[in-house]
Design a binder for this molecule. Sequence first.
Ligand code: FAD
Ligand code: 2HG
Ligand code: ZN
Length: 477
Amino acid sequence: MTCVPDATILTALAEILGPKGFTTDPAAMQPWLSDWRDRVHGQAAALVSPATVDEVQQIVRLAAQGRVALVPQGGNTSMVAGATPSAQGGALLLSMRRMNKIRGLSPDDNVAVAEAGVVLSDLHAAAETVDRRFPLSLGAKGSATIGGLISTNAGGTQVLRFGTMRALVVGIEAVLPDGGRFDGLSALRKDNRGYDLRQLLIGAEGTLGIVTAASLRLVSAVGSRAVAWVGLADPHAALRLLRRLESATGDAIESFEAMPANALAMVLRHIPGTRAPLQGQHGWNILIEATAPAGAAEPSERLTALLADAAADGLIEDAAIASNEAQAEAFWKLRESIAEAERVDGPAAKHDISVPVSAMPTFLLDARVAVEQRFTGSRVLGFGHLGDGNIHFNVQPPVDADGKRWLAEEGPKVSSFVHDLVAARGGSMSAEHGIGQLKLAEFARTIDPVRLGALRAIKQAIDPQGIMNPGKLIPAG
Ligand code: FAD
Ligand code: 2HG
Ligand code: ZN
């Protein structure tokens, strides 16, 4: 159990951090006390916003002395309420947003060193200044921070080619629960000194320490890109198309994102300024991005020819290749706005699942029928990273239902039903968003005892007092 911070701790924090870094003002804290979808509401004793690693260390030492809970927060875009404190209050909400310096960019090492509070789109812009890029992107790129992306092992829309954050973090600096600073920033290509603390911190959701900075892998800047929108009948055709394009283009295909007709319709309904790229209705829509380095042939001609062949073979129904950057961005906006459109549309039982890529087309079709039959009137909205075997298999309430009430009454049953279907195919009930607090009950229900034992042992060894983001990720004993 953690404790409420006493006046001595709060006074010490106020002195260390000054007015920019410390507040107990309810109005200043309020925007950060609920999750992005406004499903979970928490309380905090104070909002602490350090500007340096030294300040983070002092905060953690004080919290450790008083056994006070620390809830790290970056952009607060978590899909699982991972950065929302408990409603009981007493925690210190530790915002990393003021630690937003890019400490270095080394094109020779292909590495950027960024503090935890750097916003993803700012890192993208900084990498461009040295003719490189950071190859991970997602719809929340204007708010999500490096610390949050690391702590959730975020995926996004380029995992197909570059992997998740695990593949992109080459070094980490962090403050551990006793206040000690782990300096693992040097971006060594090879380092075999035993257990990899960096990899433990990636995906730890703030339960093992505070990430303060990271060395991140950069890759060559894009010379040219082709962005295509494809209409086709079903996810089987989509997967066949992906493999065909990969065989024909080597590693040029970076993104292959799938949206069924109902997801596209929802975006067009709710997001101003959007329009469908193709005439007519298609069961499924695929957004494809192919890139080429500077000096290499532009990928659009090849992609156009390959899609024409696919159409001639009956694999796809229609396709459009963006004719300029504005159109390419408009295609991407359709994909990246699904989460926002769904938020406007109302409550949904959200599932972030993965199965082996080869099993995903059948899963998508069968699971949709199974869910909609079992929960009368419910509507499956399954979209996302088909090429990674990761789909956001969200289930919306019947159109005439009171959404919040349906979610409260039926949501847990729907989620168990979906996760059991996923488990039956050897899949995961959390592919890229993590566990946070919203997935904790289902994680506890489905986790195997060996994994659970190891998870708890690691947590106990590194954070024996349990002050780091309690109530998240680790099922209670
Ligand atoms: P927060 O939400 O603030 O925190 C996330 C977790 O990390 C919490 O557990 C928090 O305690 C912990 N944490 C934050 N900073 C630190 C730190 N410095 N040290 C230790 N722990 C820390 N996710 C994907 O993987 N792929 C997607 O395609 C994707 N698309 C999204 C689209 C939208 C519109 C939205 C709203 C979210 C999306 N997400 C996606 C989820 C979310 O953006 C990611 O989980 C992101 O990594 C969270 O970053 P953040 O800075 O907002 O972290
Ligand atoms: C995406 O891929 C995000 O758009 C959000 O991971 C998924 O809202 C969702 O369910
Ligand atoms: Zn996603």
